[in-house]
Ligand binder design. Structure first.
Ligand code: NAD
Length: 410
């Protein structure tokens, strides 16, 4: 059997799990690349001779030791089969740029998690032709909830997800399923990988990008965000009727974008794209007590009980108080890699988005960023997003072609 050459990028919790699982398989050669200053050396020195121990919820402990741990892209083998990013998305571009000279066409490369325009970022940095001749994939989330117990030597998988959506843009002659199978071979039977339609449908269906910014906007819109709270306020159960309606209107705008795209490109598959109210009923079903509207669903969904707004603790006159944490991923990921991406595609398709704009404009104010200026995505911080405008797209046809959304269509 031939050896699978695997590159794992990162150095945190998920890379500990992957190092253990993938290196434990026979016929694998595993390299870990970390571009975070000092991390590769720290990890190399911390891994014991029997490897990283992974305590997990599905069976016996697993031990695996990567063959190489480096911070130098030139150290990676030239004929890699698989590259996995397990990193926050703001670092993807840095890794893609660093790896570009060392990647071979045909490689399978992807991110876990990798929603919100990972494909746009990969195509921009690796080139449209390179990506067409390779397998690009992204998982909707990480397969596990995991945390390092002892750096370099022990990690715990607290829970393995049952099913995770995988988006694959396969090269000619390969199937989405074969990429999912390759990942199963390396990390095990679970989670089951469920192949999604395509990157565009998943980007536009990214529920977090609608949910988190819009609910935050709805809650804080008429509050002084510099005034501390006595307790972290409830996120979903604290939503008001206005917020429920706003979520519906933002989602209506996404569905209008779907309608316009399908009118222009009738063979495009956007079946996975649903209204948030439909998504909620499908995802939570009988956990929802009152399905009258989005507002009642938010406040009666058992799955949302007790969840609070992300806050940071402060002390005022010796007492614990709480301020909003706008550096949390609800803002740092779900705006630049989420709602702004959808807004950018809507702009290319000339679909008006007044409700989405209300949310983004409020968010950019509290984040001290500039995305929308005079109704267009031309602000200085667009360059740190994954909106099509950041990659220089100004017309829809070119955007659809270069990013392979029209490949294999009649
Ligand atoms: P982590 O925080 O343990 O590791 C992040 C890694 O990213 C670091 O080790 C470092 O290599 C790199 N990194 C961070 N900041 C960087 C910077 N400024 N420059 C260069 N590199 C930098 O993350 P993780 O727990 O391994 O998770 C990986 C991804 O999966 C994250 O996006 C996380 O939000 C997501 N996620 C994690 C879990 C979990 O249970 N751990 C669950 C769901 C999703």
């Amino acid at each position: 059997m031939t050896t699978s050459k695997v590159l794992l990028c990162g150095g945190g919790n998920a890379i500990h799990v992957l190092s253990s699982y993938v290196s434990s398989k026979p016929n694998t050669h595993v390299t870990v690349l970390s571009l975070f200053p000092g991390e590769a050396e720290k990890l190399r020195n911390a891994i014991p001779s029997d490897g990283v121990k992974c305590i997990n919820d599905l069976g016996p402990d697993v031990y695996g030791k990567p063959d190489t741990i480096t911070d130098k892209p030139e150290d990676i083998p030239g004929d890699l089969d698989l590259v996995i990013f397990a990193l926050p998305s703001f670092t993807h571009e840095m890794y893609l740029k660093a790896l570009k000279p060392y990647l071979n066409e045909g490689v399978t490369i992807g991110a876990m998690p990798g929603e919100g325009g990972f494909d746009l970022c990969a195509i921009h940095n690796l080139g449209s032709e390179f990506v067409r001749k390779s397998n690009l994939f992204a998982l909707e989330t990480l397969p596990w909830a995991c945390r390092i117990m002892e750096y370099g030597s022990c990690v715990e998988v607290l829970g393995t997800k049952k099913e995770v959506e995988i988006i694959v843009s396969p090269k000619q002659g390969t199937t989405k399923e074969s990429v999912a199978d390759l990942l199963h071979e390396l990390i095990g039977e679970y989670p089951r990988f469920d192949p999604a339609d395509n990157f565009l449908a998943v980007t536009l269906m990214n529920i977090n990008s609608v949910w988190h910014p819009t609910i935050s906007y709805g809650f804080y819109r008429d509050k002084d965000v510099t005034k501390p709270f006595d307790e972290p306020p409830l996120f979903y159960y604290g939503a008001d009727e206005y917020t429920g309606e706003k979520l519906g209107k933002v989602s209506d705008e996404v569905l209008e974008l779907k309608r316009v795209l399908l009118e222009k490109y009738p063979s495009l598959s956007l079946d996975a794209l649903h209204h948030v109210s439909e998504w909620m009923i499908r995802s939570y079903g009988d956990d929802i007590g009152d399905k009258t509207n989005i507002y009642t669903m938010l406040r009666t969904n058992k799955g949302y009980r007790g969840l609070t707004h992300p806050m940071r603790e402060i002390e005022v006159d010796g007492q614990k108080k709480y301020l909003p944490n706008f550096r949390y991923r609800y803002f740092t990921e779900d705006i630049p890699m989420g709602l702004v991406v959808t807004r950018g595609i809507a702009e290319l398709a000339s679909v008006p988005t007044p409700n989405m704009d209300d949310v983004i404009i409020w968010c950019q104010k509290v984040l001290e960023k500039e995305y929308i200026v005079d109704g267009k995505l031309t602000g200085k911080d667009v360059e740190s997003t994954r909106a099509p405008q950041r990659y220089g797209f100004s017309d829809l046809d070119t955007f659809m072609k270069v990013n392979h959304y029209l490949d294999h269509l009649d």
